[in-house]
Design a protein around this ligand. Sequence first.
Ligand code: BV8
Ligand code: ZN
Length: 255
Amino acid sequence: MDLADAATVLARARRLVVFTGAGMSAESGVPTFRDALTGLWERCDPQALATPEAFHADPALVWGWYEWRRGAARRAEPNAGHRAVATMAARVPETVVITQNVDDLHERAGSAAPVHLHGSLFAPRCSACAQPAPLPDAGEEPGEGRRLAPPRCGRCEAPVRPGVVWFGEALPEQAFEAAVEAAYRCDVLLTVGTSGLVYPAAEIPQVAARRGGTVIQVNPEETPLDAVCAVNLRGSAARVLPALVRAAWGDAAPT
Ligand code: BV8
Ligand code: ZN
């Protein structure tokens, strides 16, 4: 099955889930999780750096990494793939965007309220009392590879932490429940730019397939999700998704 088949399935969808990973933002120049390791951090294993233990051991190293990544996300622009996802939601009555990404590119491309399973770079909070913390001013982010001491909580003086979900931390309960519910109900799930290796997020496409939903994958590489998808489109998000929108609805797809 190929793009034309995927477009036929999509055009008929009534309840669509779009499930995205770091590959969705790759063509916007946002480093994927694994390649955000340069300079000071290149020797680090991302799975070791993205943990509460790493933050506790060296807050400035971890806060610096996230602030550098937040600056990169802030300077990035949504790509044609993000815009195609926003167009789909205007065509399919019930569409839920579920993302593992911590950038805000889906929002900036017009997707309303995407479900962030792994939190967001734009929602720092107190590491002790969880009070939301103000975003540092734009341009205050550190240069690549710089340590930066985290700000202190205005209420209890504890260090502020990034608003992301670290390895070993539970996913936000409300977000995960909403994602499972959407995967349970959908008739089509489009998975884009995810390696399908991180759990429990990687369960989402499998829930949809088990419930009889049709899973379409967009990824230049093979992933474990190949096993559950009915249509496998080998290609990049910014090229395949606009073509899919054009083929499904004849729209002048976003460029
Ligand atoms: C939890 C936020 C329990 C932070 C992230 C052993 C076996 C199984 C599981 C585990 C295990 N040991 C530990 C675990 C659990 C662990 C886990 O799954 N580990 C994996 C690595 C084995 N999971 C957890 O710890 C989770 N929590 O389990 O808690 C618990 C329960 C109750 C109470 C307490 C505790 C939390 C996981 C969340 C971690 N946080 N992000 C940050 O960003 O710094 S994960 C992070 O990595 C991303 O968010 C993302 O989810 C993940 C990387 O995945 P992808 O998005 O897929 O990105 P990746 O780079 O891997 O792949 C990119 C893909 O895009 C590729 O396929 C590529 O081909 C493709 N691509 C490239 N370019 C393009 C493209 N596609 C399209 N277009 C392109 N242009
Ligand atoms: Zn506090």
